[in-house]
Design a protein around this ligand. Structure first.
Ligand SMILES: Nc1ncnc2c1ncn2[C@@H]1O[C@H](COP(=O)(O)OP(=O)(O)OP(=O)(O)O)[C@@H](O)[C@H]1O
Ligand SMILES: Nc1ncnc2c1ncn2[C@@H]1O[C@H](COP(=O)(O)OP(=O)(O)OP(=O)(O)O)[C@@H](O)[C@H]1O
Ligand SMILES: [Mg+2]
Ligand SMILES: [Mg+2]
Lengths: 226, 226
């Protein structure tokens, strides 16, 4: 499904350069369930931004469904994101002036799904993460873990073939966390490709493959033996 | 040091009311090291906002160092916060237009600490959490865990007698997380009172007392037997 070759991302701050990604090569097939782990600052979110077509590398290649992403215009990238990729951000990134329900329905607006269907799918997604009684709250009226679950519901409602989750259980108690992992497992059983960044070895062991990062480079890449 | 009696916080959203805190009573002595755990949405951050003088209860009492906080004006609360309380927020709450160094030095500005000393203390605090080479980055130029560590450094630089940490290790790998816990242990050994909200049983077991919440009420309150 996707392949990156010698991916580099170098940030310039003033005179200094930071190599957030320092030559990453990997490939992930359709239907895989992958965890990405590594120390704080090792480049995990930066890689997720590349894979999610939210940012471009400084050098190297990203091939998604056989097409070279670096050749795409910004508009084409936006269309790929809206149609094929669901992103759960490390900072949730909910729109502060929209309710949970409106936030969750928003990707479906971009896809032209009719209003009645959007509302039904958004409600169902929120109920599946236990937020059925928080639908009309603004993000500021939700707890940290509720905001995180709303961000997860937003991806569920749009049902994309590729799900990218950046620390999707970081603000959840163990029970809410395992409910979310049950949802991911169910999606993967249906053939959806899932890539999760996590600091939690327990969460990573529930996926099928663990890639470890260090200083912008891959340190290891192993199948999970359950 | 602090005592709350029958604390209630009721939010109104439209016609519905949410009892985020539904009658909390507890007392914490100087020098204690307490963990607060509980399901997502159970009221932990709401309690922390009360204890940190960032918000007022709907009813009930909060007595801090022998004084009834509910009798204080907003200006007096701000002064208490600036002088005595260090807060690590669940969402970090760094100011986006200030560098890590400026963010960490800011509480010292409010306290009238001279510029040279402020810079020295802020630099030292950032180095102690491993951000010595990220001081001049803006929050958007930091990873999630680096932002969290900058928020921790901000509290360390101002060295307050009461530290409130809302999920301070939620975005950290296990090694960065244990470095942060070493810092908290060192502070507590010096007599600083520390209250941490955490979803991580491993983190909670490193404190001396665990209070568990459920639906805005206290479910249990136990000493940690190591
Ligand atoms: N401004 C608000 N208006 C309405 N409801 C609110 C508001 N702020 C918080 N709540 C509700 O109060 C409850 C407690 O929220 P709180 O943030 O204290 O939970 P928490 O225990 O910190 O959860 P988490 O572990 O997810 O961070 C939640 O159910 C939340 O939806
Ligand atoms: N805009 C930027 N400008 C400069 N440096 C940046 C920028 N964005 C990220 N970085 C740096 O790139 C490195 C990798 O960041 P990234 O967010 O990918 O880390 P991460 O592995 O997700 O960390 P965490 O586990 O803390 O979330 C970090 O050291 C960070 O300081
Ligand atoms: Mg990250
Ligand atoms: Mg909270």
């Amino acid at each position: 499904l996707l392949q990156v070759k010698d991916l580099q991302k170098i940030y310039m701050t003033g005179e200094n350069s930071v190599a957030a990604l320092d030559g990453i090569s990997l490939s992930i097939d359709e239907g895989e369930y992958v965890a990405i782990m590594g120390p704080s600052g090792s480049g995990k979110s930066t890689l997720m931004n590349m894979l999610g077509c939210l940012d471009r590398p400084t050098s190297g290649q990203y091939i998604l469904s056989g097409e070279d992403v670096s050749q795409k215009s910004d508009d084409e990238l936006a269309e790929i994101r809206n149609k094929y990729i669901g992103f759960i951000f490390q900072g949730f990134n909910l729109l502060p002036k929209l309710t949970a329900l409106e936030n969750v329905a928003l990707p479906l607006v971009y896809r032209g799904v009719p209003a009645k269907q959007r509302l039904a799918r958004a409600q169902e997604a929120l109920q599946s993460v236990g937020l059925g009684n928080r639908m009309h709250h603004l993000p500021a009226e939700l707890s940290g873990g509720q905001q995180q679950r709303a961000a997860i519901a937003r991806v569920l409602a749009s049902d994309p073939p590729l799900v990218l989750g950046d620390e999707p259980t970081g603000n959840l108690d163990s029970r809410s966390g395992s409910e979310v992992m049950d949802i991911f497992q169910k999606l993967n059983n249906e053939g959806i490709t899932i890539i999760l960044v996590t600091h939690d070895q327990q969460i990573a062991s529930q996926t099928k493959r663990i890639i470890r990062f260090r200083d912008g480079m891959m340190q290891s890449d192993e199948k999970v033996v359950s």
